[in-house]
Design a protein around this ligand. Structure first.
Ligand SMILES: [Fe+2]
Ligand SMILES: [Fe+2]
Length: 390
């Protein structure tokens, strides 16, 4: 297909843009109310409990399809039309969709980052998200390019769906020659911790920006954006729970780290994405984006506080029964080294060694006395999943 037949993000002339911003500003109260309603509904504690428990399910009940990918609400993409965009200029909605598509596209590269990056820090998370170095090498050598984690199954549907939406809204398909270059992540401790922050930031940005887009959408467009958004909320909830398990409750330190990383990503996106020069120049969209980020953080944090260590340990530490992935053979001395690091890292996690001293002591005492409130909350999280008929 020639370039002329492909969608490329472009802004209209200045006066038209300003007029659009005015109209969007007048509608701001309605949009903010929509954002609040979406976040309140999609961050209910019971919903997040289920997402967290599905991580356990992925490792222990691999036969259950619900654990392999979050079920989507059926939407007819062909029914999406430009009239579904409300309260924002259509070109700006398409620009946001296109940026999201470029971010979502290199999923196979991200799965290698996380599979290798988390192999020692939190192996259950590594398996959920991707493949380690020797598993990727085996896959590449045998024509198995894909990864078998639930995270991949959920992410792989995003960029294609976004491309279809853009085509419906703009009347032509977007370019798919992606300028995005994922970085290389190693498994050493500092890199793995940085990667955990980076993943949380990405899932937070993705959730919050799909919330904004959904707040400007009606009908089938709204429904499909909610599908994408809920996948991202699930990832955000699992990543953040993993952060709490590894580092203990540290809401403000985590928040500062995420905001710093988010600002860095924003600057890079402006430089490297198609249409990046106009991204972030509309002050009304900026207000909506900030409100959405703050609300998602508020509701997530409220939920995180209620998760007992008992649940975090059950979810992130139990021996996985997920099918073992085939891997390239390693020399015996390298394998012995890997096994030793795995057990040292496990002892470090179970001993809560990365936690701040006071929080650590409190949690260890609660673990010892088997706090009844925590037991009850743990049972509720576990039973919620089964009560929902899974
Ligand atoms: Fe995604
Ligand atoms: Fe995600």
């Amino acid at each position: 297909m020639t370039d002329a037949l492909l969608y490329r993000p472009a802004a209209p002339p200045e006066p038209e843009r300003r007029w659009g911003e005015w109209r969007q500003a007048l509608r701001l109260p309605v949009t903010l109310r929509n954002i609040y309603r979406i976040v309140r509904e999609d961050f209910q504690a019971g919903v997040l409990d289920e997402y967290l428990w599905s991580f356990w399910g992925f490792h222990h009940e691999p036969g259950d399809l619900h654990h392999r990918a979050r079920p989507w609400q059926k939407v007819d993409l062909k029914a999406i039309e430009p009239g579904n965009v409300r309260g924002i200029a259509r070109w700006e909605m398409a620009l946001m969709l296109n940026m999201a598509m470029e971010d979502e596209e290199p999923i196979p590269d991200y799965t290698r980052q996380s599979g290798e990056g988390f192999r020692f820090l939190l192996p259950a998370l590594g398996r959920f998200m991707g493949k380690n170095e020797e598993q990727s090498r085996y896959g590449a050598g045998h024509g198995v390019a894909w990864c078998e984690g639930a995270w991949c199954a959920e992410e792989r549907r995003h960029s294609n769906t976004l491309a279809r939406i853009i085509e419906r809204l703009m009347g032509m398909p977007p370019r798919r020659d992606n300028p995005n270059q994922p970085m290389v992540v190693t498994a050493d401790d500092a890199a793995a911790v940085r990667h955990l922050i980076s993943r949380q930031t990405t899932e937070w940005n993705a959730s919050s920006s799909y919330v904004v887009m959904a707040a400007h959408a009606e009908g089938p467009l709204h429904l499909v954006l909610r599908n994408l958004e809920r996948d991202e909320v699930k990832h955000l909830c699992i990543m953040s729970a993993a952060d709490t398990y590894l580092f203990g409750p540290r809401p403000w330190r985590r928040f500062v780290a995420l905001v710093k990383k988010g600002l860095e990503n924003f600057t890079n996106q402006k430089k490297s994405r198609s249409g990046g020069e106009v991204f972030g120049t509309n002050p009304v969209t900026a207000v909506e984006g900030i409100a959405s980020h703050l609300l998602t953080e508020y509701f997530l944090r409220r939920w995180l506080r209620t998760i007992p260590l008992l649940t975090l340990t059950a979810v992130f530490e139990t021996e996985s029964a997920a099918p073992r992935l085939l891997a390239a053979e390693l020399p015996p001395e390298r394998q012995a080294e890997i096994d030793a690091t795995l057990s040292a890292e496990r002892a470090r996690r179970v001993g809560l060694e990365r936690w701040a001293p006071r929080a650590r002591q409190r949690a260890l005492d609660q673990r010892q006395t088997q706090d009844a409130r925590h037991q009850q909350r743990h049972e509720r999280i576990r039973n919620n999943w089964y009560a929902a008929g899974r």
